[in-house]
Design a binder for this molecule. Structure first.
Ligand SMILES: Cc1cc2nc3c(=O)[nH]c(=O)nc-3n(C[C@H](O)[C@H](O)[C@H](O)COP(=O)(O)OP(=O)(O)OC[C@H]3O[C@@H](n4cnc5c(N)ncnc54)[C@H](O)[C@@H]3O)c2cc1C
Length: 229
């Protein structure tokens, strides 16, 4: 563990040297295994927040109160502590610099992590593919990568945030639904490749909404982080 960066009151970024890790592509994830003194092991997947090929790699972990692994990664593990990791894993939910088509990213909570890897790669390679991010988060305190996203917004990247519980003045409170997908996301006519990531319930609702709007199923890529958040 090379460094640790707090992101929100309940999430932090772990910066991992990980020389054993193969070459990475934005959107992939790694498996982190914890082994207790009695030999009991628990393993969970964490997406790479870092850009394609970047070293050290970064993962951002959200703490689940009654979780087995996330509380340890968010509260206990320290710089210099060893972590058993495996990967990178994944070949479908990835963005590659050769892709020139428009890209629509839709994130729910911690689901922004692999999409941030894609946004960082897009910026690092100077890609001209139009990128849009629609980011659903409970409240402003739970936003990840706030300042960096503000810096990266420009002709190549548009970011819209929607707050489901509390919003800054002037912004509506509400989940990302059909109206937001119709007005804030790229249209089916623009033929974007769409990456949707977050808790299972969020991903399924967004994917359904996109299909109803007329987006082609083969253009929608989904990554579920687990139980309905
Ligand atoms: C491919 C992939 C990539 C992932 N990337 C990330 C990432 O970048 N950052 C990150 O924070 N997590 C990510 N996750 C989720 C992560 O793997 C764990 O599920 C999460 O950290 C909880 O593990 P835990 O051991 O703390 O909780 P567990 O002991 O597994 O579960 C504890 C409780 O939390 C609930 N819970 C567990 N996971 C979720 C969830 N995702 N949403 C809502 N409720 C949940 C369970 O229902 C249970 O009640 C990813 C999952 C997958 C499959």
């Amino acid at each position: 563990m090379a460094a640790i960066r707090p992101e929100t009151p309940t999430a932090r970024t772990l910066v991992l040297d990980a020389p054993e890790l193969g070459s990475t592509v934005a959107g992939q994830h790694i498996d982190i295994r914890l082994t207790a003194e009695d030999g009991y092991t628990a393993q969970r997947s964490y997406s790479l927040a870092s850009a394609t090929g970047a070293r050290p790699v970064e993962v951002t972990v959200e703490r689940f109160e009654d979780g087995e692994v996330s509380p340890y990664l968010v509260e206990d593990v320290g710089i210099g502590d060893p972590l058993e990791i495996r990967g990178p894993i994944g070949g479908w939910f990835v963005w590659r610099r050769e892709q020139e088509e428009p890209v629509q990213l839709v994130a729910g909570g911690s689901g922004i992590v692999p999409l941030m890897g894609m946004i960082r790669t897009h910026a690092a390679v100077g890609s001209t593919a139009p990128f849009r991010l629609l980011y659903g988060v409970q409240d402003p305190d739970r936003r990840y990568y706030r300042d960096e996203l503000v810096r990266l917004v420009g002709p190549g990247l548009r970011v819209d945030v929607r707050y489901s519980r509390r919003a800054p003045d002037g912004l509506p409170v509400g989940r990302i639904g059909a109206a937001e997908l119709a007005t804030l996301a790229l249209s089916p006519e623009q033929q974007p490749t769409i990456y949707v990531c977050g808790p299972t319930g969020f991903v399924e609702a967004i994917a359904d909404g996109l299909l109803r709007l007329g987006h082609a199923p083969e253009r929608i890529r989904t990554e579920r982080f687990g139980p309905t958040g």
